[in-house]
Design a protein around this ligand. Sequence first.
Ligand code: 5GP
Ligand code: ZN
Length: 120
Amino acid sequence: MEHTADNCIFCKIVSGEIPAERLHEDDKFICIRDVRPQAKVHLLLVTKRHIPSLDELYAKTGAPGVGEAALEVATAVARKQGLLPGGFRLVINTGGHGGQTVFHLHIHLLGGNDLEGTFG
Ligand code: 5GP
Ligand code: ZN
């Protein structure tokens, strides 16, 4: 299946077609809760633009500043959600082997409990 903006679940959430609580919103990102949480707190920082993956962001689309802004916003959201100073983890699954299932760029923000040395 092609991963276009037309059949993209995150585009529908960004546009409001599918309602979701927004824990954060700015000109570049929204932050929502993951429907299948893998930690006590599991949030998704989702780009407003339909960028299919990290590969497209850097190799094709060329959107200067998005990566840096994402790290800054993710850290601010983590702080606002009470995950600091305890700590948190950011994950970006990229492509099939990376475990990416939704092909619209997003950062997993995990925390709220001790994640130990495991990933995912
Ligand atoms: P990926 O595997 O692409 O890195 O992560 C996709 C994530 O999106 C998964 O953790 C999955 O649980 C979450 N997810 C899939 N569909 C929806 C949805 O409709 N709403 C929300 N909030 N999360 C979703
Ligand atoms: Zn999309």
